[in-house]
Write a protein that binds this ligand. Structure first.
Ligand SMILES: [Fe+2]
Ligand SMILES: [Fe+2]
Length: 540
């Protein structure tokens, strides 16, 4: 394509130069031709008058009659009228008047001599004019040549600049090629012409898009969402204006849970942990269609199409347009949890609703505590929500006759039950090492803490390690309270469901001995939300 442009340019350059030269040469010819022709025409006419006058003088001298006198005077009158006065001197003027009367032979001879003088003057004037025309012609010709020279020089300069422009453009493209081949990072090019500026802008655009793609490709796929999301937003913002990037998960019970978010906006209203029923959002159709949704006018979408709490919160943050992309993740943990819950439903008296409630309670407590405890990160919040359901995973290794026994347990049976913690730990360890082989990450630390310490007591009398106070991981202290609270408020084969108030009384009695008072304080603060979960996931 570039070669083609070069040929077109050269062709146009040659044609234009040739046309200009031909045009000027033709003009010059016309000018010369015309100026000389005017001179010779005038000469012919002027000499014609003189010729007629001389002939009439001769005729009159020979004939001497009235007709020849009139013809001579008529010719004299015409000559006087037609010839420029510069050819006459004062003598000539007088002599022409004298011709009107009957002139003597001598006077006629003098008139002829005088007319010969006029003819000589006319002829001299003609040559003078011709000389002037030639000078003008040479002058004009020279200036035309100078003009053509200037035009050629300009055209040549333009030609060279164009060639250099093409060369510089090629260099720019070369540096783009280097960037695309990962050989360089920068475009070292300072534009001189507007076209180059435009070309540079386009090349920089391509390079930026390429850098984004490259950064995306090189970014570690495995990592925590908390680390990944802000980086991803940064990379995306190279090519798309992106003020907020967030991930929400849809759980097995049909909830949308807002997860890690990265935002450049000063306030965040839709925070990680925000839960909304999938059916109340407009995300369901995206999940079904598996198509990306773009909303260009979010306020209008909210007013006219669909009102959801999450959209309202995002609008309050200042977001005005959104792109939503459905991502299907084969979530090992979600699958495992689901399998575990159905297993436990058959094996123990725990129901899937117990699992949902106690994990939500745990999550609410953790979120409340996180307000004053920065060690509870959003990642830990998510892990508590995900992994709290696994707290009793070790019960799969406990014989049914012990697990399902109605009535008091003897010491051996009790220690068998207590062993569910160690069994659970070995399950999670083997899972953790399996996961580690793939992703090199301590993904299940929180799960491990929850399983290991949900039977520890705040005064150190719990099992299996007898940890006390804040030595018990916070996730364990949270799950312990949430698990017991749900057991108290639920119906079990050996007891009725206690009211919330009664259950809270029992827990209060165990503060400092069984439960962490700080966790209970968080419980009190979050009580309205706890009640919402309690009401929503009641056993029917
Ligand atoms: Fe347990
Ligand atoms: Fe439990």
């Amino acid at each position: 394509m570039r070669a083609f442009h070069r040929y077109v340019h050269r062709f146009l350059f040659t044609i234009t130069s040739a046309a200009v030269i031909l045009f000027l040469a033709f003009g010059l010819f016309l000018f010369y031709d015309r100026s000389t022709r005017i001179n010779s025409d005038t000469l012919r006419d002027e000499l014609g008058f003189i010729n007629v006058l001389i002939r009439s003088v001769h005729d009159h001298a020979r004939l001497g009659n009235r007709e020849s006198l009139e013809a001579m005077n008529k010719a004299a009158e015409e000559a006087r009228r037609a010839l420029p006065p510069r050819f006459f001197d004062s003598g000539t003027e007088t002599f022409l008047h004298q011709l009107a009367d009957s002139p003597s032979e001598e006077e006629l001879r003098a008139a002829v001599t005088e007319l010969g003088g006029i003819a000589r003057r006319i002829s001299a004037s003609y040559y003078e004019n011709r000389e002037q025309s030639r000078l003008v012609f040479i002058g004009f010709g020279l200036s035309m040549m100078v003009l053509v020279g200037i035009l050629l020089a300009l055209a040549l300069r333009f030609h060279l600049e164009h060639t250099r422009y093409v060369g510089r453009g090629a260099k720019l493209l070369e540096s783009l090629e280097r960037i695309l081949n990962f050989e360089s990072e920068n475009i070292d090019f300072s534009p001189r012409w507007l076209e180059e500026e435009e070309l540079l802008r386009q090349v920089e655009g391509i390079a930026a898009a390429h850098r984004s793609n490259r950064e995306l490709a090189e970014h570690r796929v495995y990592g925590t969402l908390e680390a990944f999301i802000p980086r991803m937003r940064e990379i995306l913002s190279h090519s798309v204006p992106c003020d907020r990037l967030a991930v929400a998960f849809v759980d097995t019970a049909g909830h949308v849970i807002a997860e890690s978010a990265s935002s450049v906006l000063p306030v965040t209203h839709l925070e990680p942990g925000f839960i909304e029923e999938l059916k109340d959002t407009s995300l369901g159709s995206i999940l079904t269609s598996r198509k990306t949704r773009i909303i260009n006018d979010l306020p209008r979408h909210y007013e006219e199409i669909h009102q959801s709490e999450s959209t309202k919160l995002i609008l309050e943050e200042g977001i005005r347009a959104s792109i939503t992309v459905p991502i299907e993740i084969q979530e090992i943990m979600a699958e495992t949890t689901r399998a575990f819950v159905s297993l436990m439903e058959r094996k123990d008296n725990e129901t899937s609703l117990h699992i949902i409630r106690m994990s939500r309670y745990s999550y609410i407590l953790a979120r409340e505590l996180a307000k004053s405890d920065s060690s509870i990160t959003p990642m830990m919040l998510r892990e508590i929500l995900w992994f709290a359901p696994l707290h009793d995973i070790g019960k799969i290794g406990i014989p049914d006759r012990v697990l399902q026994k109605n009535g008091p347990l003897d010491g051996r049976e009790r220690s068998l039950i207590e062993d569910h913690v160690n069994i659970g730990l070995s399950v999670i360890h083997s899972m953790n090492s399996g996961v580690n082989r793939i992703i090199d990450l301590e993904l299940l630390n929180t799960a491990e803490n929850i399983i290991a310490s949900h039977h520890e007591r705040f005064d150190g009398t719990g099992y299996p390690r007898g940890l006390a106070g804040k030595d018990i991981p916070v996730s364990g202290r949270i799950v312990a309270l949430a698990d017991v609270f749900d057991a108290l408020t639920s119906k079990r084969p050996y007891k009725e469901a206690f009211s919330i108030d009664k259950s809270m009384g029992i827990i209060e009695a165990g503060l400092g001995s069984h439960f962490d008072p700080d966790v209970y304080a968080a419980f009190l603060k979050a009580l309205p939300e706890i009640r919402l979960v309690y009401d929503r996931y009641k056993e029917i």
